[in-house]
Design a binder for this molecule. Sequence first.
Ligand SMILES: NC(=O)c1ccc[n+]([C@@H]2O[C@H](COP(=O)([O-])OP(=O)(O)OC[C@H]3O[C@@H](n4cnc5c(N)ncnc54)[C@H](O)[C@@H]3O)[C@@H](O)[C@H]2O)c1
Length: 383
Amino acid sequence: MAEQQIGIIMNGVTGRMGTNQHLIRSIVAIRKQGGVKLPNGDVVMPNPILVGRQENKLKALAEANGITRWSTDLDKCLENKDDTVYFDSQMTSFRTESIKKAIAAGKHIYCEKPIAPTLKESLELARMAKAAGVKNGVVQDKLFLPGLIKLKRLIDSGFFGKILSVRMEFGYWVFEGDWQAGQRPSWNYRKEEDGGIIVDMFAHWRYVLDNLFGEVRSVSCLGATHIAERVDEKGERYNCTAEDAAYATFQLEGGIVVQANSSWTVRVNREDLLTLHVDGTEGSAVAGLRNCKSQHRVNTCKPVWNPDIPNPFNFTEQWQDVPDNQIFDNGFKVQWELFLKHVVCDTPFPWDLLEGAKGTQLSDLGMLSWLERRWIDVPELTL
Ligand SMILES: NC(=O)c1ccc[n+]([C@@H]2O[C@H](COP(=O)([O-])OP(=O)(O)OC[C@H]3O[C@@H](n4cnc5c(N)ncnc54)[C@H](O)[C@@H]3O)[C@@H](O)[C@H]2O)c1
């Protein structure tokens, strides 16, 4: 068994996603487990260099995680031929320029979603990567959530019959930052820094819907900035210039209707931060992040509208859990492993920058629908 090192430039790892999901729970976890096993029995071991702006933060993060390399000089890192992969989890607004440099330096690209703030920039990146012949991929973590894997299993089994509609509820209350710190960075609430829930979440909804139910064909969207003022990380008040909620309807190929509420201004009264309720002719299901429950047509009760008597049904008890039947690893880590295998031995990796650009296409069209107060068709996207 031979071990091969793969040098990865990790930019933006001091951030929320970079530190927790990509560094600690993916790359460090892969190193601790002894690397990624390749189909021929060899092993590929990630060798990261952490890149950012503040040396003290990078040094502390590297030391805490047994990593010896860090740098504040991206250009210099890109010159190192041994580091063949560039990863980006910076704030969205800084991603495009850094990825362009990395492609120009011949690096394979893996990055957070959205790959860029607009479709124009996203397509440019996808085209550049193709022209340069570098491997490329985008994080599509929700596909690897246990709840959605179980939902996909139901879909593949034909459980639903004909799928009619999907109701997606995403969100939670993000504190305003005055008397309790906000759980999300303040740039999320500033349009001038490419914040806003539409650009953030539609990037997810596109691949979730395309992969599970069918391609998104049209969108109608209403955004809202419910909280006008928040307090940032330094304790300073700022005006919220980006929407914190989006109320959208999507039509998919085959006629499936999807309602998707995305909100950072909702108090949770459901089983999870994201739930997908799917109704089909033969059965229904509700998936959360880890769980999925189903109700077949033969188990469906027959309510009759009568507010004059107490409700005789306990509706929530009428669902059955879909069993795990497998072990679920962290979704970010699973996707990292697939990407590294793709780089090293060309195994399939369908979630490329073009797929990422489709996410940005949906957010662009969602914004346009809101602005122009109308339905918008989603054209096919090609390179
Ligand atoms: N896949 C997911 O579920 C998911 C969830 C949340 C965020 N994200 C995406 O991940 C990315 C990072 O989000 P986050 O919540 O970790 O943000 P964050 O603000 O916590 O981290 C952003 C990173 O960008 C860096 N950065 C900030 N200002 C910079 C500047 N002026 N120049 C260069 N770098 C700068 C920070 O140092 C930090 O490393 C975003 O693109 C976001 O859309 C993905």
